[in-house]
Design a protein around this ligand. Structure first.
Ligand code: ATP
Ligand code: MG
Length: 632
């Protein structure tokens, strides 16, 4: 076997040979004539002239060979459902959905906005779009009508596929009301709304002439045989908006052939998932992890995928592990925020079930702090692999790659640049940092297959947003701040916006958070830089304690604040010490579990917190305001 370094080197130095070989793992209707066309940098076209189809690769080719093998297990602990679909059944459901969409006038290139809970029909809808060459744009179910409206106006869908309601923690969230509100706010009016009626919101509003019922239409197309629409490799498969953690979401446009090849390669080299095995990603179809590793990746690899509607805690914190045992899950993918949630609960739930089928647990989406990484790896007794990527890239940028070489897992680092990414840490003048020197995580183009081909409808924004960091060289900016150590391990230190400049010293919010997280009383923490007349900026911390008893009296609050500051002094030096440590019970996060540092910072500086449509719990902001008002 080769080493990760050799493997990576080959992918960068001989992209045609490397990716030409990888492209063999998917089925092409028409072979490509050129691996890479990079004649118009930074725009890259992969597998030029090749024709393929995501749905064909995910469903048809497996249904032909292994029709009765499990393709999808839909589990809802909200509605107590568990439905298993074979590849043949999945194909039939996708063709029914595709026929319904065609009957509503949807064809190649049309946009279909999917605003759905985590139910099997959402997957059918996405795959049906891929089958007929329509471009899906999934918006996280339950997003407020304002955020939905801006996405409707940007993607201008012909059709919206939705549902009466989603369920969360036993409560129904009426999606249809939110959708109607969004359509009334939006300038663009979709001509049809296809409703999957779950019977959760009995009297939901129906708009005459626009809203149609899925069950009724499906009944007319039970034997539908909808052929695949072949797409040229660079033709768009979907649009997905970034999470909106740092402001206005960007519409990431994904290609077809490059994405299929890239995902297929990751199953082999990163996830070690084989045909016939089972993949369980706990994400949501509204996020990029859901697109790549609930839907397309595992299915393209011929794996069974688990689609789970519910929380990690209901009916009890053992639910995920119970699923792992029952379906002999081989690959699991989750987020650090979920790991931290589980950490707060009784760990005996992790030991009640037989987890021997599981090879690895992958975590991504935000920094995985060292204590949590160490804890979960210890409890599970298997490699827990932190991987770093973005909606833009569609698959991991930094990760361990056990399918290439088994390397030592170190806590707090997503390890090494993944093949295809010519990743460097840059100084602000465009030169490359030395080992252990902090800088901006950038990628020298071309971006590898499957990464965003452009910003939807706005090529100029693609260049100005992502490639305008330096005049020379042209570099894709991740907007994250990172470091590469002497052994080649990479650390993500936070967003470039979040770097704090204290009296000329540059500090990553992540570093300070990591230090504070090392205090045994702290469950979670957010650090932001707050304008300071003397020092330019000062770090300020907002922490959630593990146990409210540790801050039961005002004296204890003061003592813990001091202890936390001391912890920072010890790890990073007094320069990094927060001016204040405020204790709260919940931090403002996006619905995908990312800290809204920008809003926290704005509040701490007495400014308007900005666009909050993607916030999980608005009460979190009230708490911050209270903390700031009463103590500063
Ligand atoms: P927006 O771009 O709209 O502000 P966002 O960046 O939160 O939203 P995503 O594409 O969902 O949208 O998130 C990607 C970001 O998440 C990365 O740029 C990085 O900041 C963070 N991230 C993801 N995985 C990791 C990881 N393993 N370690 C550290 N940070 C991570
Ligand atoms: Mg981003």
């Amino acid at each position: 076997m080769t080493t990760i370094q050799e493997f990576h080197k080959k992918s960068i130095e001989q992209p045609d040979a490397f990716w030409g070989e990888e492209a063999k793992s998917i089925d092409w209707h028409k072979p490509f004539t050129q691996v890479l066309d990079f004649s118009r940098p930074p725009f890259a076209k992969w597998f030029v002239g090749g024709e393929t189809n995501l749905c064909y690769n995910a469903v048809d080719r497996h249904a032909a060979k292994r029709p009765n093998d499990r393709a999808l297990v839909f589990i809802s602990t909200e509605t107590d459902q568990e439905i298993v679909y074979s590849f043949a059944e999945l194909k039939q459901e996708v063709m029914r959905m595709a026929a319904v969409m065609q009957s509503l006038g949807v064809g190649k290139g049309d946009r279909v906005l999917v605003y759905m809970p985590m139910i099997a029909e959402a997957m059918f809808a996405m795959l049906a779009c891929a089958r007929i060459g329509a471009i899906h744009s999934v918006v996280f179910g339950g997003f407020a009508s304002g955020s939905l409206a801006t996405r409707i106006d940007d993607a201008t869908p012909k059709l919206v596929v939705s549902s009466d309601a989603g369920m969360r923690g036993g409560k129904a969230v009426p999606y249809k009301d939110l959708l109607d509100e969004a359509i009334s706010l939006a300038e663009h009016k979709p001509s049809k709304v296809l409703m999957v009626d779950r019977g959760l919101d009995k009297g939901f509003n129906k708009v005459e002439g626009r809203d149609v019922d899925y069950a009724t239409l499906r009944a007319q197309f039970m034997d539908a045989d909808v052929p695949v629409t072949w797409l040229e490799s660079s033709e768009p498969s979907y649009i997905l908006y970034t999470s909106g953690t740092t402001g206005k979401p960007k519409g990431v446009q994904r290609d077809t052939g490059g994405y299929a090849v890239a995902l297929s390669s990751t199953l082999k080299y990163i996830f070690c998932g084989n045909e016939g095995e089972t993949y369980f990603a706990t994400s949501d179809i509204g996020w990029v992890v859901g697109h790549s590793y609930i839907i397309y990746g595992p299915l393209i690899g011929g794996m069974c995928t688990i689609m789970y509607e519910g929380t990690p805690l209901r009916p009890d914190p053992g639910i995920w592990w119970q699923i792992v045992e029952k379906y002999k899950v081989n690959v699991m993918f989750s987020a650090p925020t979920a790991a931290r949630v589980l950490k707060k609960h009784d760990n005996s739930y992790m030991h009640k079930y037989d987890l021997s089928s599981l090879k690895h647990l992958f975590l991504a989406g935000e920094p995985l702090d060292q204590p949590t990484h160490e804890w979960i790896m210890g409890e599970l007794g298997l490699p827990v692999i932190d991987n770093y990527w973005q909606t833009e890239t569609g698959w991991p940028i930094l990760s361990a790659m056990p399918g290439v070489e088994k390397t030592e897992i170190r806590f707090g680092t997503p390890s090494f640049p993944v093949y295809g990414y010519n990743l460097k840490i840059f100084r602000e003048d465009g030169t490359i940092c030395d080992p252990d020197e902090k800088g901006i995580v950038g990628i020298l183009p071309p971006l590898p297959p499957g990464c965003l081909s452009t910003v939807w409808g706005d090529d100029a924004r693609f260049v100005s947003t992502y490639f305008s960091l330096f005049r020379e060289p042209q570099v894709y900016s991740s907007f994250d701040w990172g470091i590469k150590d002497k052994d080649g391990y990479h650390y993500i230190l936070g967003r470039t916006d979040d770097v704090i400049n204290v009296a000329g010293h540059r500090l990553g919010t992540r570093e300070i958070e990591e230090a504070i997280q090392g205090h045994s009383a702290i469950a979670e923490v957010a650090v932001v830089g707050v304008a300071d007349q003397l020092k330019g900026q000062m770090p300020m911390a907002f922490a959630v304690v593990k146990n409210a008893d540790s801050i039961a009296t005002p004296e204890m609050v003061v003592a813990l604040e001091k202890a936390v500051m001391k912890k920072v002094d010890e790890s990073l030096g007094a320069i990094a010490r927060p001016s204040r440590v405020h204790f709260v019970t919940v931090l403002p996060k996006t619905r995908s579990g990312k800290l809204l540092r920008r809003s926290i910072q704005a509040l701490a500086e007495g400014r308007d917190p900005g666009d909050l449509t993607t916030i999980e719990d608005p009460k979190a902001l009230e708490q911050l305001q209270l903390a700031l008002g009463s103590k500063t």
